[in-house]
Structures are given as structure tokens and as C-alpha cells.
Ligand binder design. Structure first.
Ligand code: ASP
Ligand code: MG
Length: 419
């Protein structure tokens, strides 16, 4: 017998037929002898619709009241799910955030969880009832409803699993797991059976898009095994059909590179001819930080010669903030003194990710050689302990992904397509 927190995302509860399908999965888990707490999102599209109403009335709606409105989506699904479970012959009841209670800070629309008191809920589960908690919402110290930010139901689910010390948190969604890379681009991409939370965070474009990043960080901190699986497959969580995100496992290190992520959300800015003296970088990045623009990769070249006292600084910013960044640097030009500012939005970042990279030399060389053989130029490089990212021209994204997927031995072989 296991205690499992089962979370259903918006598409999994998109209409009443799907709620019934989700309830059937819970019933199957209970039949296997498991104790279940369910966490639900709003029906797909509902949160956007509710937000839309708020913004039709005011361009800057009061955040407390906005939370009162948007949290109702999850209230509805929690009740419907409890009814659907009862129709399956199970004992079930819904729990709103304030009823649990899941306490948050007062940062409306992006609140953080402070505590989750599960004594009451746990008692009912032990007595054989399925608990259905509304995701995304909690209650502040002054009794207001607060929401946890878009995608926050994932965080609600992992937090509940941590508080209940559940054996696992199964997240039912519309994808069947995390892949070695985007299968729409690389047909030979494989579903990963296991991935560590560290890798999951680095595989942002593949994985963290599936789960709210905060939920991955929380799973890491509280060591909650999280499985991502499809709500549209016949298998249930206890069959382990999806990708299990779990703590470091020695066997995982055998695979050097686990997956390859990419991002087309970057832009490259280059400041040419910046006066090279202590404080130059601070003068560039200070104003950007003040403007709330986060900088990704940074490359600074040395002065060309002893008497050339200038340098070039290249860095990336989110593509949507490139114009803002350009404006900020234009404004600072008088004090910064640089020759020219160039912006290039046609770039992509490719990142190879793997826990095994820590201990395997030659991973970087393989990356550079593979790209060089395809005539792909590397414009900037970024490293972490378990990832290596390169910036290339956007038009080569697909070519680079396919070539690297093969080079690192990630391609599915016919016989293991199923696996
Ligand atoms: N319903 C909320 C949203 O759409 C929370 C969630 O589904 O995770 O962002
Ligand atoms: Mg989601």
C-alpha cells in the first residue's frame, strides 16, 4: 500500500467526461490498495477566462480580488471531482485551500506557501476517504484567498505530497513524459524513464515547461518522487508508464548526457568598443539589473592589444526584453562610452544536460566537434556542473539538435521504441 498524491492538470479535467476518466484512474489506484489525495487544476481555459473578466473591468485589478475570482476555477473542479469519485463508489470530499489549511504569504497572485497543516485531511484519508484538494490556492494570515502563480497547482500537489510524506506524486497531464529532446524536431527522441530534479530544472525547454519550476524545486528540497504521465493513456501511475523524477541514483551516472534542451527565447546584444577598466562590466549590467532585465550568457573579449583600451561585451537577454535592454543601454551611453550596440534576435540556445557530465571528460569536445562538422558557429558558451549551453544562429536549431542527439547516443533504436 502506498500513499500517493495524484494531480490532474487542466486538460485532464477539461470537461465532465474527462473528470469521470480521471476519477476512474483514482478508483483503479484505490482498488490496488493505495491511499489517495487528489489535487486538481481548473478546467482548461477557465483561469484565462476568469482573468479576462478581471481585466475587462480594470486594467489593474486589485490583486486580492483577482485571487478571489481566479481561485474559483479550482473550487469548481474540486467539487466536481469529489462528486465523480462518489459516483465511482468511493468516499470522497473536497478541500479548499483555506479548509486544509494551506497557508501562504500575502503576495497575491504569486503567493508562496508558508505551511500546510494536514492533520485533518490525513485523518480522513486514513479513514478511507479520498481527499480532493483545490490546487493553486491558499489562505493568507488575514484570511484572504491567495493564488500561487500560473501553473501553481503543480506546486500545491508537491507541497501536499511533502506534507503528507507521500510515497509519490503523480502528475497527470497531456504529455506522456519527459523526452531526451523535442520529439517534434527529433523523431528519434526517447521518453526518459527517470530523470533527476537537477536535470529537470536544466531541461527547462523540455521538462520545466511541463511542471511549474517551483514544484520541481520543492520536489528536490523535500525529496518527493514525482511522476509525469499522460491522462489519456490507459495505464495508471502505479504502472509507472511516465517519467519518474527522483533523487540521484548511482545507475543514472552511466548516461553522460540525459537530454538536449533548446530555447528560441533569447536575443544577443553586443557592445562594441567598451572602455576596458575595472568597473566596466558593472557599468553595463548594473543599469540592466535595475531595469529588471535578467542577463543569461556573457562573453567578454580581452583588449586586442596593450594600447587598445577597449573590449567587446556580448550577452543574452530574454528576446521579449531585447528592445527594453537596448533602450536602457542607449540611455546609459554617455556614462558607459561604447562604440556601437548590436542586437541579434535570430539566435537559439542549445543545452546538453546530464548528471554524468560531472565526471565524464570529452563531453564539451564532442559538442564543439559535432557543430563544427556541420559548419555551425558558436557565438557564446555557458556552463554549469551538469549542463553546457551554446548560442547559435536560430536557423540551425533543428540541424544542431538532430546531430547532437545522435552524437551523444540518445537516438532510439528500433527495438527499444516501446521502452
Ligand atoms: N489554474 C491555474 C493556471 O491555469 C493553476 C494551474 O492549473 O496549475 O495557471
Ligand atoms: Mg500546468
Amino acid at each position: 500500500m502506498a500513499l500517493v498524491v495524484v494531480k490532474f492538470g487542466g486538460t485532464s479535467v477539461g470537461d465532465v467526461a474527462r473528470i469521470a476518466n480521471a476519477a476512474a484512474k483514482v478508483a483503479a489506484e484505490v482498488k490496488r490498495g493505495n491511499k489517495i489525495a487528489v489535487v486538481v487544476s481548473a478546467m482548461s481555459g477557465v483561469t484565462d477566462q476568469l482573468l479576462g473578466y478581471c481585466h475587462q473591468i480594470s486594467s489593474r485589478p486589485d490583486r486580492r480580488e483577482q485571487d478571489a475570482v481566479v481561485s474559483s476555477g479550482e473550487q469548481v473542479t474540486a467539487g466536481l471531482m469529489a462528486i465523480a469519485l462518489q459516483s465511482q463508489g468511493l468516499q470522497a470530499r473536497s478541500w479548499q485551500g483555506w479548509q486544509v489549511p494551506l497557508r501562504t504569504d500575502a503576495a497575491h497572485t504569486k503567493a508562496r506557501i508558508v505551511t500546510l497543516e494536514t492533520d485533518g485531511l490525513r485523518q480522513r484519508i486514513e479513514d478511507g476517504e479520498v481527499a480532493v484538494m483545490a490546487g493553486f490556492q491558499g489562505v493568507t494570515e488575514d484570511g484572504s484567498i491567495a493564488t500561487l502563480g500560473r501553473g501553481g497547482s503543480d506546486t500545491s500537489a508537491v507541497a501536499l505530497a511533502a506534507a503528507l510524506k507521500a510515497d509519490r506524486c503523480d502528475i497527470y497531464t497531456d504529455v506522456d513524459g519527459i523526452y531526451t529532446t523535442d520529439p517534434r524536431i527529433v523523431p528519434a527522441a526517447r521518453k526518459l524513464h527517470r530523470v533527476t530534479s537537477e536535470e529537470m530544472l536544466e531541461l527547462a525547454s523540455l521538462g520545466a515547461k511541463v511542471l511549474q519550476t517551483r514544484s520541481v524545486e520543492m520536489a528536490m528540497r523535500y525529496r518527493v518522487p514525482v511522476q509525469v504521465l499522460s491522462t489519456f493513456d490507459a495505464a495508471i501511475g502505479s504502472d509507472f508508464p511516465g517519467t519518474l523524477m527522483t533523487d540521484e541514483d548511482p545507475t543514472m551516472e552511466q548516461q553522460t548526457v540525459t537530454g538536449i534542451a533548446y530555447s528560441r527565447h533569447e536575443a544577443k546584444l553586443t557592445l562594441v568598443g567598451v572602455e576596458d577598466h575595472p568597473g566596466a562590466a558593472a557599468a553595463v549590467f548594473g543599469p540592466l539589473a535595475k531595469a529588471g532585465i535578467s542577463v543569461g550568457m556573457i562573453v567578454q573579449t580581452a583588449s586586442a592589444s596593450e594600447d587598445d583600451r577597449t573590449t567587446d561585451i556580448t550577452f543574452t537577454v530574454p528576446r521579449g526584453e531585447a528592445d527594453h535592454a537596448t533602450h536602457v543601454l542607449d540611455e546609459a551611453r554617455a556614462s558607459l562610452r561604447y562604440g556601437a550596440l548590436r542586437a541579434d534576435k535570430n539566435v537559439a540556445k542549445i543545452s546538453i544536460v546530464g548528471l554524468g557530465m560531472r565526471s565524464h571528460p570529452g563531453v564539451a569536445a564532442m559538442l564543439f566537434e559535432t557543430l563544427a562538422a556541420r559548419g555551425i558557429n558558436i557565438q557564446a558558451i555557458e556552463t554549469s556542473e551538469i549542463s553546457l549551453g551554446v548560442l547559435i544562429a536560430e536557423e540551425y536549431t533543428e540541424l544542431a539538435l538532430r546531430a547532437l542527439h545522435t552524437a551523444y547516443g540518445l537516438d532510439a533504436v528500433e527495438s527499444s521504441r516501446e521502452g
